[in-house]
Ligand binder design. Structure first.
Ligand code: URA
Length: 237
């Protein structure tokens, strides 16, 4: 493909801006400075670099974010900051979207991608992809709550949840738990606790299918998935 098209597609600016880059001798092809925007290049076989950094041609992107509280899991919002606003412009260029939603006040693992097939597979209710949440609960969480979740509880709209697995980490006035669920109804974890008379005061997603939140990611930070993480997500069924 044309060099200027490749660079524009990869987020280095409009064709006009890319021409400026070429003029500034910022671009090399196989180690030689190139100014010709129309040059034909094969990004798979040739080393195209901008300011010494190799341009790896990709169509799909996959980012793992540690979502901070206060931002919305959407691509745009009139009032609030969105998870997309937290991405670098170069990454926004690929138009990723969040796979599923976390509430505004929920933290933790959020996958962002522009791969609609993967997103569909992970979100499809038929696939039963397990999601693990860590939560702080106002009230004493008991084994009876775990048994109720294992059977399925009735939410405020009459929906009976599929079985969830509760692990009680601490049972006290403020309890600490991990809950695994295989569906993603609106506010599901919070509503499951409401169904047993308790309130979630803090919620964080730890994993989705085989993908675990990287503990080194600060709130609001994100990184690309490794090839192993991507392969294991694609094998989720
Ligand atoms: N359950 C909730 O209640 N909120 C979330 O953000 C995710 C799961």
């Amino acid at each position: 493909m044309r060099l200027d098209k490749l660079l524009a597609n990869m987020g280095y600016g409009s064709r006009k801006e890319v021409k400026q880059l070429l003029k500034q001798k910022a671009v090399t092809v196989d180690g030689t400075y190139v100014k010709d925007a129309a040059m034909q290049v094969d990004p798979e076989k040739q080393d195209v670099s901008v300011y010494g950094e190799r341009v790896v041609y990709t169509e799909f992107v996959y980012y793992m974010m540690n979502k901070p509280p206060g931002v919305i899991s959407a691509t745009e919002d009139l009032r609030d900051e969105t998870v997309i606003d937290l991405l670098e412009p170069l990454h926004q260029h690929f138009q990723p979207f969040p796979v599923g939603r976390l509430d505004k006040d929920t933290e933790g693992l959020l996958l962002l991608t522009n791969d609609g097939v993967l997103a569909h597979n992970l979100l499809s209710p038929k696939k039963h992809v397990p999601k693990v949440y860590y939560a702080l609960i106002e009230g004493i969480v008991t084994e009876a709550d775990g048994e109720a979740f294992a059977r399925g509880v009735e939410l405020d709209d009459g929906y009976i949840t599929k079985p969830g697995q509760l692990v009680i980490l601490k049972s006290a006035q403020q309890s600490e738990i991990e809950l695994t669920i295989q569906e993603g109804k609106f506010h599901q974890v919070k509503r499951m606790f409401e169904a047993v008379g308790k309130r979630v005061t803090y919620l964080k997603r730890l994993s989705m299918g085989n993908l675990k939140l990287d503990k080194d990611l600060e709130l609001g930070a994100y990184r690309e998935l490794t090839s192993e993480e991507l392969a294991s997500l694609q094998n989720t069924d």
